[in-house]
Design a protein around this ligand. Structure first.
Ligand SMILES: [Fe+2]
Length: 174
């Protein structure tokens, strides 16, 4: 009996130190599925970010100045979005992917090898912007079902920017 009461006394401080379980009115399974979908979105967003920055560095030709500056505006916005997506995953109780290995595995966008000409850079970016939009849109039914308004808000903002940027880039090719 004495040993049992010692154990109980020892267990109490440990229980007080442990972080409480997440209880935000969403099921564990919904949180896990949405975090997984957001991880795919983060991987596509990171791949798109890096592609845009790469093209900012390496664009050549008569459109150099306008494309160099346009790409800078785009990768700067994209960079800030990475943090918002990753931190939403954390708020849902899951680890955010943060290595190149994980991003390659999770992304639907393939990296561009070599240095395309400026028109092909724009074509690659249209495709990558649209792929990222598709990844975001795919998550909506699940997010709606789980009443996950903060994630819906993130997705709405990302869709708005990816669709608008795809239109602007595509206009350069028409
Ligand atoms: Fe620069």
């Amino acid at each position: 009996m004495a040993r049992k009461s010692t154990k109980t006394r020892r267990a109490k401080p440990a229980a007080r130190r442990a972080a409480p379980a997440i209880d935000i009115g969403m099921s564990e399974s919904d949180r896990a599925k949405i975090a997984k979908g957001l991880s795919h979105l983060l991987a596509d967003s990171y791949t798109l970010y890096l592609m845009t920055h790469n093209f900012h560095w390496n664009v050549t030709g008569p459109d150099f100045n306008s494309l160099h500056l346009m790409f800078m505006t785009q990768y700067t916005e994209q960079w800030a979005a990475l943090d918002i997506i990753a931190e939403r995953i954390r708020a849902l109780g899951h680890p955010a992917p943060g290595t190149y290995q994980e991003f390659v595995r999770l992304a639907s966008i393939k990296e561009v090898q070599g240095q395309p000409n400026s028109k092909d850079m724009v074509r690659h970016l249209v495709a990558a912007q649209e792929a990222t939009a598709r990844t975001a849109r795919k998550l909506f039914p699940l997010v709606d079902k789980a009443n996950d308004e903060p994630t819906a808000d993130v997705l709405t903002q990302r869709l708005d920017i990816h669709e608008k940027t795809a239109w602007m880039l595509r206009s350069l090719l028409e």
